[in-house]
Design a protein around this ligand. Structure first.
Ligand code: GLV
Length: 328
């Protein structure tokens, strides 16, 4: 009898999904949810053919040098900037992610954050909890409307389109977007979405939402010069990745009220948050939870498991990042 492949589940995930993996593999899991250093991760992976990771595990040349036996790494996330894709592809390591299952959930949260920023929900809630609410006044926490406003989307992939749909169809918003590629007109039409250059997007958006992947080319895509183009009444929401926004520049723009408000679910160097962001009142801060509903996190974990199982048992993984490895 051939022995089962061996896999590492690098972070704590739903126990029933670990059980599913155990019916196919020898599994080392991490129920205490220790975040491994790169050296510990390399050590834990010794002799293993597969890994189930999250955004906190970096998979690069150094890790593969220490683990040339590794065949597949399955990320429980749609984003995969924790992977060095070219190096993995060159070494024949299959990478997978969890698209689609989180699209609507993440879009819900992005929209909610945008509304929270526009209508100053976090800021006013903190005021109430501090006991400072003593009377009504005509201009107390006046924000800006969402309905009928211009929604700007940077990064018009699946999640960007789902946010645009909410804005256009639910809130009568005008949708403008910028993306590496213009969408097919058949996708633009139902959203009445208009493709614009990045500077126009910055200038015209009342509410700008970032949903683009992080890479060297999107590092600090929103910095001081982009923020300077925005309307003083505008809001900025980031549900993409930390590092796309220059957090120090954003904190300064918020402090000086050069834009009205921001809402951030992701941060440069998270879980650390830039101390200046913690000091400005006009920003809503959440701890990278845009996909965090029970149903969606279960769907993500199961899809990550499906990918790992298929890849190591001769099947077709549902969502490969580098499918060229399968053809080799
Ligand atoms: C979450 O950030 C993800 O990429 O799934």
């Amino acid at each position: 009898m051939t022995s089962k492949p061996t896999v590492l589940v690098a972070r704590a995930i739903f126990p029933e999904v670990v059980d599913r993996l155990r019916s196919h593999f020898e599994v080392e899991d991490n129920p205490k949810d220790i975040i491994y250093t790169p050296e510990q991760l390399a050590q834990r992976l010794q002799g293993k053919q597969g890994a189930l990771t999250t955004g906190s595990e970096r998979v690069d040349g150094a890790l593969l040098d220490a683990n040339p036996q590794l065949r597949v790494v399955s990320n429980m996330a749609v984003g995969y900037n924790n992977f060095d894709v070219p190096v993995c592809t060159e070494r024949g390591v299959l990478l997978t992610n969890t698209p689609d299952v989180l699209t609507e959930t993440t879009a819900d949260f992005g929209f909610a954050l945008m509304m929270a920023a526009a209508r100053r929900m976090a800021e006013s809630e903190h005021f109430l909890r501090r006991g400072e609410w003593t009377r009504w006044s005509y201009d107390m926490f006046t924000g800006s409307d969402v309905h009928g406003a211009t929604l700007g989307i940077l990064g018009m992939g699946r999640i960007g389109q789902a946010i645009a749909r909410r804005g256009a169809l639910g809130f009568g918003m005008r949708v403008i977007y910028h993306n590496r590629q213009r969408l097919d007109p058949s996708l633009e039409a139902p959203l009445r979405a208009q493709y614009v250059d990045k500077a126009t997007l910055m200038r015209e958006a009342d509410h700008l939402v970032l949903v683009l992947p992080y890479s060297a080319s999107s590092h600090h895509a929103i910095g001081a010069s982009e923020l300077a183009l925005m309307k003083p009444t505008a809001t900025l929401t980031n549900v993409a990745r930390g590092g796309i926004v220059d957090d120090a520049a954003l904190a300064q723009a918020l402090r000086e009220r050069r834009i009205a408000a921001a809402a951030l679910d992701v941060f440069e160097g998270e879980p650390k948050v830039h101390p200046d962001l913690l000091k400005v009142p006009n920003v809503v801060l959440t701890p990278h939870i845009a996909s965090a509903t029970v149903a969606t996190r279960k769907a993500m974990a199961n899809l990550a498991a499906d990918n790992l199982i298929a890849a190591l048992t001769g099947g077709q993984p549902p969502s490969p990042i580098n499918p060229e490895v399968l053809r080799k």
